[in-house]
Structures are given as C-alpha cells and as structure tokens.
Design a protein around this ligand. Structure first.
Ligand code: KG4
Ligand code: ZN
Length: 335
C-alpha cells in the first residue's frame, strides 16, 4: 500500500507547530516554535501577541518542516489543521494558512479538534486499544472520557470549574514561578514534603473534578503568610498542592476503573508531562491490571504531530472539511 503523508498545523495557543505524519503514526518531522519566553514576561499568554507571532512565523516553520522531511508539497496527501478549541485569533492564523495550502496545492483539508489531538498523541506511540479510558489534563481541559471505538467519545466527567493546568499555572504565579507554571511546580515539588494542610475537593460519586477551591485556598494562604511577614516554603507548598490536585484525578480514575470493564487507559494533554501524575496513575493502572499509555513528553504539550495523528482516521474515512471551515474558540469533542 502507498504511504500517506499528512501535513498538520497547530496554532491554537502559544506554539506554532507544523508536522508531517506518515500513515497516521510515524512522525517524519515535527517543528514546534514556542512563544513561551515572550508570554512569560506578562505571566500568561497575551492573545494579540500570540496571533501576531503565529502570523510572523508560520511560513518559516513550513519551510523548515519541509526541508527537514526532504518531502515536497506534491508528496503530501492532505492538510490537517486545529480549528478548535483555543484562542480565536491564533486558530484563525492556522486555519487560513491551511486553507491556502489546500487550495494552492489542491489537497484535501481536514479540521481537527485540539482535545482529540491530545488523545491521538498516544497513537504516535502505539495504536489506541478500545474500550479506552482517556484522562485529558491540559491548560483548558480536565476530562475523563470513555472511548468504545475510534472517534467515539463519551464524556464521563469534567472539571466543574478550573482546568488542572490552569490551576497549576495560577499557583505557580502566586509562588513567583515563571510561566508556564506546571513544569516548575513539578520540579520544585520533588524537593519538598507535604507540610501544608489544604482542602480536599468534595469526594462524591461522580466523575467530575473541581480545582478552584484548592487554587483559592493557596492564594489566600500565600497572601496571609506575606501579611504576617512569614516566608512560604515553596518546595513544600508545591508538593502539598500537587498531592491534593493529583489525588483528585486519582480518585476519579480509580472510580472509573472500579465501575467499568476497561483494560486500556491513556493520559493526554500538557499536564500528562507531570512526573508525579505519571507515576501515580501507573500505580493505579497496575493495581487494576490496566494497560496505561502516555505519550512521549514532547507530544504531551501542544504540537502538530498529534494533530496529524488525529487527522488520520478522518483521512481514511475521507471526512474532509470544506473551505468554509471556521476557527472556533470553544467546542465539544462529541461529534
Ligand atoms: O496541552 P497544553 O500544552 O495546552 C493546552 O491545550 O492547554 O497544556 C498546557 C498546560 C499548562 O497549564 C502547563 O502548565 C501544563 O500543561 N504543564 C504541566 C507540566 N507541563 C506542562 N503541568 C504540570 N506538570 C508538568 N510537568
Ligand atoms: Zn493543548
């Protein structure tokens, strides 16, 4: 069978990324240009700056990606692009660029949902096996999803308030750690111990999550200690926070594995790069004899390779997008 090459584009937040994926699972090349250092000066992503930087860099990233892959545009079988969810201005840059390429080079266009992209990042490592429990943990999402087959998503539960990644970033900010805070808390927590008493989110029988109470309690704690002129032990607070936050995920994952007949599980999204989370979920998977798959760290955070992987089932089914494909800031993954 002839090899298929999908050129995928991701610009939903602060990474400009283009990848070429062979047959849905082999990364020929993936270029990621992060704007992290620019946004770090402001303590978070500034949407206007993000979209302007995508515009400035996207053609350079395309040239670099093609050069590294040694492929020509006429060898590409389809153009895939993240159209939702994300920052509207950033998404528009990617979507319009993808449409232009598809039109000029006469290639089919595939619109990919970013969250689905995070899930399919796992298929760059090994094929997804169903039924599958997917824990999606990113800056914008905290979802527990049951997949009975390809592109079939049943949302068991979601966060009722903040996404876990957002919570990591806010806690990091109050501790004066550089943006994005997640990786910094991950590192710092390794040198700390659980010494701060923090509220545990409500322990109910649903698969929903909650992180805003935890976030607020840490913000209050830090402000109160500052007012009293007391020093915060950042390592200990990072460690204490992380234990409560990850415990919330663990409880719901364990509930799902107890209640459902599932033998395969994946973790997806930026927070899946967290070393403590990876270790703790692995322990639960071992306990329930479930096969756990987690993408390579570089494919956990935003990248176009995962968009190419998620586009492949659509490519096989010839589910192509029209040229009226629009960027959407929010959307659900249920088709
Ligand atoms: O998936 P992603 O790159 O972007 C979204 O789609 O949101 O996720 C970014 C989030 C940020 O909140 C970042 O702080 C978090 O993932 N993150 C981490 C780690 N690496 C990235 N959180 C905890 N530990 C990490 N090692
Ligand atoms: Zn993401």
């Amino acid at each position: 069978m002839k090899d298929n090459y999908i050129l995928a584009i991701e610009t939903s937040c602060d990474e400009t990324s283009i990848a070429i994926i062979k047959n849905g699972s082999t990364v020929e090349t993936c270029t990621v240009l992060t704007q992290m250092d620019t946004h770090a000066e402001y303590g978070g992503v500034v949407p206007e700056i993000a979209s302007r930087m995508h515009t400035e860099n996207i053609t350079i990233i395309l040239e670099e990606t093609l050069k590294k892959s040694k492929l020509k545009m006429d060898q590409i079988d389809a153009i895939a692009v993240t159209y939702s969810p994300g920052l509207l201005g950033s998404l528009i840059v990617g979507v319009e660029f993808a449409k232009t390429l598809a039109l000029v080079y006469k290639k089919p266009l595939i619109g990919v949902n970013h969250t689905i992209g995070h899930i399919y990042a796992n298929s760059l490592k090994e094929p997804l096996n169903f039924p599958l429990l997917a824990l999606v943990v990113s800056g914008g999402h905290t979802d527990l999803i049951l997949m009975k087959k390809d592109y079939d998503f049943q949302i068991l539960g979601s966060t009722l308030d903040d996404a876990i990644g957002e919570c990591y970033d806010k806690v990091a900010r109050v501790l004066d750690l550089k943006y994005p805070g997640g990786p910094n808390i991950d590192k710092l927590a390794k040198f700390g111990k659980v010494s701060y008493q923090l509220p545990t989110p409500v322990n109910d029988d649903t698969y929903n999550f909650s992180f805003s109470g935890l976030k607020s309690s840490i913000i209050n704690l830090v402000h109160n200690e500052h007012q009293r002129g007391k020093e915060i032990n950042k390592e200990d607070l990072a460690c204490s926070f992380q234990e409560v936050a990850i415990d919330e995920l663990k409880r719901k994952v364990e509930l799902a594995l107890k209640n459902l007949e599932i033998k395969n599980m994946i973790i997806a999204g930026g927070v899946a790069a967290n070393s403590y989370l990876r270790d703790e979920i692995q322990k639960i998977a071992d306990k329930y004899k479930v096969h756990l798959s987690i993408p390579e760290i570089k494919y956990c955070t935003d990248n176009a390779a995962m968009i190419g992987a998620a586009a492949y089932p659509l490519f096989l089914k010839k589910e192509f997008a029209d040229f009226d494909l629009n960027a959407q800031s929010s959307s659900t993954i249920i088709q």
